[in-house]
Design a protein around this ligand. Structure first.
Ligand SMILES: [Ca+2]
Length: 279
């Protein structure tokens, strides 16, 4: 009797168990409307996958993710970033729309999302962008009173990421302080909402960013980037700092700052595609 029951149980188990199908994701990129959203640089490192609305998991790409679903399914993927460039502070980037597709998941089958397993994301519609791509004469950055670094725009292709120009900051032992304030009006930002400063950065010197309070002549540090040999995209999470400070100070500005230690030689920082974004 026991044997029969066991066989019966096995039979039911086999029929009802779903064999997972697999979703293959290699990497992700971004498509932008260049006029309104700026360059398409991105650094999407994680994929948060939903199948038919069910959370499957968050995976660093490339990945092959198992989903306990078979048949025709709807797949949605959210784009994950390193918040403030920090490897262990992963977040879904709130300004990228979900990637979505319909696929057929077969038991033990592998389905590449897109032919090359490269997902394409887009910004949500209706976001507000403040952009400096450093293509124009003059920039949205104003040197601070303490700035002694040489701030120019370079068109050397080796040091330009997007378009024809980037920002170049040269620091020496004599001219060892870089400070610049973005002249973007932040008085009407949506307090409490997500706000990010996106930046493409390269250089042999750290760069810090934060909020400058003109009436106090004071800078409030938010986060920094360590020196990078290659162009590196960082998403700075400005929500908390801006939301707190705008409450007390109506006039605040985003700043970029760096200063040499007296043992450093000459250093150079490059910046391209500076974007401040909020809903
Ligand atoms: Ca540029």
């Amino acid at each position: 009797m026991l044997l029969v029951l066991t066989l019966y149980s096995c039979d039911v188990f086999d029929k009802e168990e779903t064999v997972p199908g697999y979703v293959v994701v290699k990497s992700a990129n971004l498509i932008t409307n260049e006029q309104t959203q700026g360059a398409n640089t991105s650094s999407i490192v994680d994929a948060t996958i939903y199948v038919d609305g069910d959370f499957i998991g968050t995976y660093e790409m490339p990945t092959t993710a198992a989903a306990l679903k078979n048949g025709n399914v709807n797949v949605q993927v959210a784009a994950g970033i390193k918040n403030n460039g920090i490897s262990n502070d992963r977040q879904i980037y709130p300004f990228y729309d979900f990637y979505e597709t319909d696929i057929e998941l077969l038991p033990d089958g592998r389905v590449a999302l897109e032919d090359d397993s490269v997902l394409t994301f887009r910004y949500f519609d209706g976001l507000t962008f403040y952009i400096d791509d450093f293509e124009n004469l003059g920039t949205s950055l104003t040197p601070g009173d303490d700035n002694t670094a040489t701030i120019t725009q370079t068109s050397d292709p080796n040091d330009v990421l997007s378009g024809n120009q980037s920002l170049k900051v040269e620091m020496t032992q004599e001219n060892d302080v870089f400070t610049a304030y973005a002249n973007w009006d932040l008085t009407n930002v949506p307090v409490g909402n997500n706000m990010y400063l996106e930046i493409d950065f390269k250089g042999d010197q750290f760069l810090e960013i934060g909020i400058y309070i003109p009436e106090l002549n004071q800078r409030v540090f938010v986060a920094g980037i360590l020196p990078q040999d290659e162009w590196t995209k960082v998403y700075f999470d400005m929500r908390t700092a801006i939301s707190q400070l705008i409450f007390n100070y109506s006039d605040i500005q985003i700043y970029l700052h760096s200063n040499l230690s007296n043992t450093d030689g000459s250093k150079t920082i490059f910046v391209d595609n500076l974007k401040f974004i909020h809903p």
